[in-house]
Design a protein around this ligand. Sequence first.
Ligand code: 3Y8
Ligand code: NAP
Length: 244
Amino acid sequence: MGGTTEASQLAGALATAGIPALFSYAGRTETPRAQPLPLRVGGFGGAEGLADFLRVGGFTHLIDATHPFAAQMSRNAVAAADATGLPLMAFERPGWTERPGDNWTRVADMDAAVAALPETPSRVFLAIGRQNIATFGPKPQHHYLLRLVDPPSAPLPLPDAHVILDRGPFTEAGDLALLRDHAITHLVAKNAGGSGAEAKLVAARARNLPVILIDRPALPPRPVAATVTEVMDWLAHPVTDRGV
Ligand code: 3Y8
Ligand code: NAP
């Protein structure tokens, strides 16, 4: 199950190794990146739907290479692996850690991020995508810069918002220019980790901007790999070989 830079890297490795695999997107974006594997797009219909899909498809392994904030999908993957007895591996990048020069306020969730914003009207780069914009409705006094993958399909729930359309991975130079050109005073971001979304944090550090960083949602215990090699090794050695 894909949708991240890491999933795309893994797709390449699987294709190169000639390992039969199916790449799954939720269908959140209009034109998702092509993959060197057969694709399927759309939900499975909950954990049970995923379990049925895995049984019927004759799959031998389930890899959850979705995003750290794709919590529902990851929970369903654990439930479906339990229900089918299929071995599951999560492929997840480590979270970002604070560096000298960072000015971070770490918060537990989206509501805490709203609370962490000042009352004084400010200029906020709300770099969390589309799904949680309405959460920031209680602080309409700010100017919000929104970066979306696709044009919004409905009016935005914030009175003072500017939308730019862009699909990552992003660059430090590009995000530095964005913060400068939009005179951003605050950055709100998820602790996604990985390289594709990190540029904005590096740019915020360079401009001494405060960052409100949202911690990842808690997930059930599951095996986690942090590199393509770890996943490929796991695939190559069936569970019985490792006695686990
Ligand atoms: C549909 C597939 C690849 C994967 C690229 C990564 C990097 C670029 C950075 C900012 C933050 C954000 C958002 C972001 C990044 C990568 C990765 C990553 C963040 C695509 C993709 C799909 C999605 C879904 C989309 C969400 C949204 C989140 C935008 C493709 C491009 C903000 C996450 O409009 C919507 O409904 C968008 C929804 C989930 C979060 C949200 O709540 O809005 N990703 N992003 C996948 C599917 O259908 O299954 O279209 O090509 C993939 C990527 N987005 O292969 O190169 O690995 O993280 N994605 C965040 O980090 O906060 C942008 O702007 O700085
Ligand atoms: P989510 O909230 O955890 O999942 C909601 C539902 O979407 C799931 O229950 C499942 O529907 C469906 N779904 C999610 N990922 C899927 C996949 N890869 N293949 C098939 N169905 C999927 O998910 P999300 O946070 O919206 O993320 C959706 C996609 O965007 C994922 O591919 C994820 O990797 C990618 N992404 C998300 C973020 C983020 O910030 N959340 C960032 C970058 C990329 P059913 O219950 O019907 O099966």
